[in-house]
Design a protein around this ligand. Sequence first.
Ligand code: PLP
Length: 416
Amino acid sequence: MTVKGTPKGFTTEILHHDRLRGTEHGAVHQPIHTSSQYGYEDARDLVAVFQGKPGFSYARQGTPTTAALEAKLTQMEGGLSAITFATGMAALAAVFTTLLKSGDHLLASQYVFGNTNSLFGTLAQLGIDVSLVDATDLAQVKAAVRPNTRMIFVETIGNPGTQIADLAGIGEFAKANNLVYLVDGTLTSPYLLQAKSVGASLTMHSLSKHIAGHAQALGGVVIDTGLFDWSVYPNILPTYQKGEPKTWAITQIKKKGLRDMGATLAAEPAHRISIGAETLALRLDKACANALALAQMLDKHPCVARVAYPGLQHHPQHERAASLFAGRFSTLLSFTLKPEINCVDFLNSLTLPVLATHVGDTRTLALPVAQTIYHEMGPSMRARMGIDDGLVRVSVGIEDIDDLLDDFARALDEFV
Ligand SMILES: *Cc1c(COP(=O)(O)O)cnc(C)c1O
C-alpha cells in the first residue's frame, strides 16, 4: 500500500506506511506482536492458512510485526514480496540453500563480504560449485558461466576495497540467459540503489547495517523484485509451483528457509529496524557527504598512500557509481597508510571513531583490516586480494564533519 494519491517520495512512503496499512487507535507504528501462535475461530481458516492462504500460524514463519516490516522493505525496493530473517547471513544462507542444490554452479563476485565467502565454503561442502570472478568486468562474468550455472551473486559495493561490479551489465546478461541474479545491496541500501533498476531477480540486505542504522538490531531480508519468471527455474519444488510463478521463489525461501532452518526475525528487533528505516535517507545523505569530504582530505594527506572511495575521480568505477547511485557514493571508504606507519598505532591516535567492526552505524567506525576481518585468511590470500597490512576501513557516520576531519587530520599529523 502506498500513500494515497500521487506517488510520494522515499521517506514519505516509509513514514506513513504502517498507519496506512491499518493500525489500532490511530497508532503510527505497527505493534510488537509477541504471540508465538495464532489461533482461529473456525478450523477451516486454520486449514486455509496451512494450505497457502496469507495468515499466521506459528511465529517461526513470521508475525504481523515481521509482515509489516516486509511490506515496508518491499515498498522501499519497489519489489514484489519479501521475507525477513534473524540476520543478513541467515537471509543469504536461506536463499542459497533453498534455491540451489548439489551439482549446481553459483557464479559470484570475488569482492564479497568475508562471512559470505565463508558461507561459500559451506555450500561447496554441500556439493554446490562456487566460482569467483572479478565482477567489475562483465567479460569475466560471461566467460565463467557453465551449463550448470543457476545464479549470479554480487554485492553493490565491495568491502573493504569499494569495487563496483558491472551491476547493470550483469543484469542484462542474466536476463538473456535465464540466470537468477541475486544482489546484496547492504552497502547501498534501497535509498542509493533499487536492485530492480539493474535487473536483479532477488535482492538481500543485512538490516543490521544502514536500514536499522543505529547499531541497535540484527536482521536480514530477501526481496523478490518481480523480474524473474520462476516457471523456467528447475529448482522450485512441485509443491510450491502454485499460483503466479512470480511468487514461487519467495514461497520456497520462506517455507524451506524459515520453517526448516528457523532463523526467524523476532518481533522486537523487527520493530527497531522499522523505526531505523524512517531516517534512512536523512542519515545516508549526511554520512555519504561526510565520507566524500573525509576521502578527499585523506587523498591529499602525505601519510596516506591510497584511498579507495567511489566518490573520488580516480576510483576505477567512479563513473559507474555516479550513474548508479544518484550522485551519492556510500558511507564506506578504506585507505592505506604509508608503509612506515603502523596502522594500529594510527588507529589508537584517533579519538572519535569507534574501533569496531560493523558498518552503516550513525557513529563513525574504523578498523585495521588485515589484522581483524581478514586475519583468518592468512598473508598469501591477503596479498592476492590486495589487502595491505596498512589498510584501514572506515564506515563513516553522521557526526559533524569538522569534528571528523579534525580528528583524522590530527591523528595523521602525528606521523608526518
Ligand atoms: C554485514 C553484512 C552481511 C551479513 O549481515 P549480518 O546481519 O551481519 O548477518 C551480508 N552482506 C554484507 C555486504 C554485509 O555487510
